[in-house]
Design a protein around this ligand. Structure first.
Ligand code: GLY
Length: 559
């Protein structure tokens, strides 16, 4: 008896030590990549705002406190599922300016110049203010100015710089290239230290205009005039007309299933939702999970599935308003079965021997993500970005916000890898007003009509595989939100033909993967940073469990 009690105690202590706990709350939850932004969202929820209201507040706050990706000068996707079953997907991604041309980033010899990554010519027309306004008008409940106010306060009064932000700003070489960015974000070379208060009065003034005039305060009037004049002075392409004409687009989210779960996710111009549904559709019949999380056999099967999707991505995905994306064909049961049958459980398929498929066409660096669930069960997954860390490096003088380098997400030349090593062709070629292909994958999952998970991530090409692995960890292995995120991840994107594994894979697992023919690059650091909320239990046992990616410095909080 004495021994039995001792044994129980030991088991309890060991399992508590092994389990990585999410943050749990009864009513509502926000997980975001920066703590001040999480707190802004929780305050809005506590004041009676819904998940969409909180999303607006978090997004504007991140534009102040997380300048590597939070933005006014970029764009993204917002996916909402309301408790009454209504859904909305808002595409506020950047669009190519009217003056953009197909070969604008090639020199006379046809070689990429690198201008798609840095400087005034790298930016698409920003969409953030319009997208947030559209979401708020459609589904929000609190006053707009009230939701912008926390960001105004953070910019005007400042906030205390964390170790993570100080390090990130110091290391951002691109910021040092542009006078206004160097002045604001690097104190002209003196750098911000952890513990100092960082005030951004110019950004505060821009946000105040948005608070007062709505998105029009950004796209028209003094802000737009100053923005367009600076563009013209520096040889950039975005004009006052581009800004005035920018429209966010409401699209129908993709809906698929996986083992009894309903998956609501991002449609094109994201490649993320198609990727998620194709890969999970292939995996559903593959039996990978019986080998166990982290095993060489399961990793091999999932990696082969990834390889095949990224080949399709290179050929078939682009802006659906410019290119007929064969969405239905890419996730049809017969096409998934063909992909499944092509996978050898014991041998990697060299990428040179695997080409993009022919689906039926019959149908009609740095980013950031946050997930929110409110007290009524409304859910928002929002991913937005400047593309690379600190975007193009350019801060518009006097306005305080950084500009994106999202034009690099186009295929600047067929077969030429972008920032994330992704290749593309016709479907993703540059054209005026076109939207560059994205990997952002905000996703909401239900089971039996009940909310199960809200998830998404930054991480360029690794977003789709990161989001999928966290979903599989929860759905197939029963991990809680934090464990599912913490589990070491891997990534394959067809080209380059490499299997990237994070620290945490054992040497003998790596060896088994190499024996199957994979070119394994170990200890990769560039993985997606997943922020997820899982609904645990029902009725009085119901908890919202928030997991934040410990590879970054975010915060999950609720009440
Ligand atoms: N800029 C990264 C993405 O949209 O995929």
């Amino acid at each position: 008896m004495k021994y039995a009690r001792y044994f129980c105690l030991v088991v309890a202590v060991v399992s508590a030590a092994q389990a990585r706990h999410p943050v749990r709350a009864r009513n509502a939850m926000v997980v975001a990549q920066e703590p001040h932004a999480t707190d802004a969202g929780v305050s809005v929820l506590k004041a009676g705002g819904n998940a969409v209201d909180a999303a607006v507040a978090v997004a504007f706050a991140l534009a102040v406190t997380h300048p590597t990706a939070g933005n006014l000068g970029g764009g993204g996707f917002l996916l909402a599922r309301m408790a009454d079953g209504r859904t909305a997907f808002i595409d506020f991604r950047e669009r190519a300016p009217e003056k953009a041309t197909r070969d604008m980033y090639l020199d006379a010899a046809g070689k990429p110049t690198g201008d798609s990554l840095q400087g005034w010519r790298a930016s698409g027309v920003p969409g953030t203010a319009r997208g947030l306004e559209m979401a708020h008008k459609k589904l929000g409940r609190r006053g707009w100015a009230e939701l912008v106010a926390p960001a105004v306060g953070l910019a005007r009064d400042g906030f205390v710089v964390s170790y993570a932000l100080a390090e990130s700003l110091r290391r951002a070489k691109r910021l040092a290239e542009f006078e206004e960015s160097r002045r604001i974000f690097q104190k002209n070379g003196a750098y911000w230290e952890a513990g100092e208060r960082f005030k951004q009065p110019e950004l505060g003034a821009t946000l105040e205009r948005i608070a007062r005039d709505g998105a029009r305060g950004f796209y028209e009037g003094p802000v737009a005039e100053r923005f367009a004049a600076a563009m013209a002075r520096h040889g950039g392409l975005i004009t006052a007309a581009d800004l005035k004409d920018y429209k966010a687009i409401e699209r129908t989210p993709l809906l698929g299933t996986y083992k009894g779960y309903q998956i609501l996710t991002a449609p094109p111009p994201s490649s993320g939702g198609v990727g998620l549904l194709q890969m999970m559709g292939v995996l559903e019949g593959l039996g990978f999970e019986k080998h166990g999380a982290g095993s060489a056999a399961a990793t091999h099967l999932v990696a082969e599935t990834m390889r095949r999707f990224y080949a399709d991505r290179s050929e078939h995905l682009g802006d659906p308003d410019f290119y007929k994306v064969p969405v239905t064909g890419l996730i049809s049961k017969s096409y998934l079965a063909r992909i499944r049958e092509s996978i050898d459980p014991h041998r990697a398929t060299p990428s040179d021997q695997w080409k993009p498929g022919s689906p039926a066409r019959e149908e009609s660096a740095e980013t950031t993500h946050f997930s929110i669930v409110d007290a009524e069960g409304n859910a928002v997954a929002l991913t937005y970005t400047l593309n690379g860390g600190y975007g193009s490096g350019v801060t518009v003088p006097g306005l305080g916000f950084l500009l994106n380098n999202e034009m690099d997400d186009f295929s600047v030349k067929p077969g030429h890898p972008n920032l994330f090593g992704l290749v593309g062709g016709e479907a993703n070629a540059i054209a005026p007003r076109k939207t560059p292909l994205s990997s952002m994958t905000p996703t909401i999952i239900t089971r039996g009509g009940e909310l199960f998970m809200v998830v998404g991530a930054p991480g360029g090409s690794r977003i789709i595989t990161g989001v999928m692995q966290v979903i599989l960890n929860a759905a197939d292995y029963g991990m809680n939100a934090q464990e599912a995120i913490d589990q070491p991840r891997f990534h394959h994107q067809w080209k380059p033909d490499k299997l990237y594994t994070e620290r945490g894979f054992s040497p003998d697992t790596i060896e088994l993967l190499r024996q199957r023919g994979h070119d394994v690059e170990t200890n990769t650091t560039g993985v997606a940073l997943v922020e997820a909320i899982i609904v645990e239990g029902r009725g009085k046992d119901r908890w919202l469990a928030g997991g934040t990616d410990r590879r970054a410095h975010g915060k999950a909080a609720g009440y």
